[in-house]
Design a protein around this ligand. Structure first.
Ligand code: ADP
Length: 535
């Protein structure tokens, strides 16, 4: 648990007995998880103790047609997915029949449209990072539609989410690419149910099972879904001219009715239930066993995502956080989460590599420790604007406080500290929205290998940082969702027992972080609203 006080959030524990479905042989059977991320696809096979038995990973191409645009070839993603599933099973000497279920976790918001009959995408998928629809979002702001949108979807109006991406695709994808004799307007074909809209979970479920389904956590990131009424919102569909006939059916994240089975005559050669799906950040929340209101985790990858479980209460944020769906089991109410999405954290380390300040990310730990402080230097990595809690698309990166004595080590240290400061910005917003104090935070993601960062994080937010043993919490979360649905795991207690601490970082009371944090906020001020109209 991360908060000290009880009471503000309704604490309703999920009934473990509800999950008891069947007794299965578990010694030689497993659950597989497809983790389809921004840079690549991983398939991991977990045993009953939540240990990784085998895995395989493949990257896919990042396509940048214009500055600020990012696309993926969805067919390539599907091919890579099949390949990693086959490779992992072959490497581990496991037959597809030994998989009791498959779960999916995915890069969120990335949007595509395909032909329902042929399964051919009409255009590359538009990736979550893509900024091409920023003007459209500014139009919504100018028309005063942002509040209504936030109320229904829990989201901040931003090009990040799927709605404006779907609208762009319907306006701009080339109808000829659908390879149909009738070059009808895409929107017309969509209204006739000939096209399918989907996020990456939907695309994979469709290819694995033939069914057009999304899970409720992914639906909650489209900016088309009412997270309170739990349905596609007619007004929003109209606003973005997205025909309802092209939308997937929304199902629980852990679904006892299954999304479908893999086709035994297809690549896997077995009929395995596909029974769980969660957006990657929600999957990490689940994999970290943050099952109860108040439980929270922060994932440090390319960007960082701080999620707090708020139970059945969809807490509205007054402080720039998103309200989103955390997970849902079959037949139970949805669990909500508050989310702080920080766009640039690990990718600031990648930038250090790109400009030649470091050779690899791991080096940052020793370089940062080689100096006592940043010597007054602050780096604000607002390369693509700032997300939570500032939400300023026109913010740009800044390094302030440099003197003639500033060295590479100071800048490297300031970059690592910027990750921890941005997390504090979000942690303050979480505390303000929930009225509770953070005392402990569970962390995961590629950058938490860095012990300096973890210790700085503990000092800067004044809370314990807890790093678990399994760092693949995202894949594990989706395996848990699928495994619970088929009864491979019988209850949440079993999952909690699998969770082990690797290391805990205690905050250093003596550190002078308060003054430094004030300086950080001054540095942020300087980076806000920087870009001009046309940049
Ligand atoms: P994603 O899932 O977003 O692709 P990962 O969880 O794999 O990301 O984390 C990769 C990120 O972590 C990269 O941006 C990389 O720069 C950063 N990273 C990896 N190792 C370290 C390290 N030792 N110190 C700081 N950052 C690191």
């Amino acid at each position: 648990m991360m908060f000290t006080e009880e009471g503000v959030l309704p604490v309703k524990k999920l009934e473990p007995s509800i999950r008891q479905v069947a007794t299965h042989m578990t010694s030689d059977t497993y659950v597989g998880a497809i983790d389809q991320g921004t840079t690549g696809t991983r398939f991991m096979v977990f045993d009953h103790d939540g240990r990784v038995v085998t895995s395989a990973y493949e990257q896919h191409e990042q396509i940048y047609p214009e500055p600020g645009w990012v696309e993926h070839d969805a067919m390539e993603i599907w091919e890579r997915t099949q390949q990693v599933v086959r490779d992992a099973l072959a490497n581990g000497g496991i037959d597809a029949e030994q998989l009791e279920a498959i779960g999916i976790t995915n890069q969120r918001e990335t949007t595509l449209i395909w032909d329902r009959e042929s399964g051919t995408p009409v255009h590359n998928a538009i990736v979550w990072q893509d900024r091409r629809t920023t003007d459209r979002v500014e139009e919504l702001e100018a028309e005063g539609k942002v509040e209504d949108l936030r109320r229904k979807t829990g989201l901040e109006a931003d090009a990040y989410f799927s709605a404006t991406k779907a609208e762009w695709l319907l306006d701009n994808a080339d109808p000829i690419k659908t390879q149909r004799a009738r070059p009808a307007d895409l929107r017309e074909r969509a209204a006739d149910g000939e096209l399918c809209f989907g996020t990456i979970d939907t695309w994979l479920i469709y290819n694995l099972t033939g069914n057009h389904i999304t899970d409720v956590t992914n639906a909650s990131r489209t900016m088309l879904y009412d997270i309170h009424d739990l349905e596609w919102d007619e007004d929003l569909l109209e606003e973005f001219s997205v025909p309802e006939a092209m939308l997937p059916e929304v199902r629980p994240s852990s679904d006892e009715e299954f999304y479908g089975h893999t086709d035994p005559t297809d690549f896997l050669g077995a009929a395995v239930p596909v029974a769980g799906a969660l957006g990657d950040q929600q999957a990490a929340l689940f994999g970290q066993t943050c099952f109860d209101p108040g439980d929270a985790k922060n994932t440090y990858g390319t960007g960082s995502f701080f999620l707090t479980n708020t139970g059945e209460d969809a807490v509205e944020s007054d402080n720039g956080l998103l309200t989103t769906i955390g997970f849902q089991y079959s037949g139970e109410p949805v669990q909500y989460a508050l989310e702080g999405a920080i766009f640039v954290t690990g990718s600031a380390i990648e930038w250090l590599e790109d400009v030649g300040m470091i050779d690899d990310a791991a080096e940052t730990e020793d370089l940062a420790r080689s100096v006592d402080s940043t010597d007054g230097v602050y780096l604000v990595p607002a390369f693509t604007g700032m997300g939570a809690p500032h939400w300023d698309g026109r913010a740009r990166g800044a390094i302030v406080g440099m003197t003639r004595g500033t060295r590479r080590e100071h800048i490297v240290r300031a970059t690592l500290e910027s990750i921890a400061y941005q997390t504090r910005d979000v942690a303050e917003a979480m505390e303000a929205d929930t009225g509770l104090e953070i005392t402990s935070l569970e962390v995961d993601g590629g950058a938490v290998k860095n012990n300096f960062l973890c210790q700085q994080q503990a000092d800067i937010i004044g809370a314990q940082i807890v790093r678990p043993d399994v760092d693949e919490t995202t894949a594990l979360g989706s395996a848990y969702a699928a495994g619970l649905a088929v009864g491979y795991w019988s209850d949440l207690e079993e999952l909690r027992e699998n969770w082990q601490v690797d290391r805990t970082f205690e905050p250093d009371e003596a550190s002078d972080t308060e003054d430094n944090y004030e300086q950080w906020l001054r540095a942020v001020e300087r980076s806000l609203s920087w870009a001009q109209e046309d940049s």
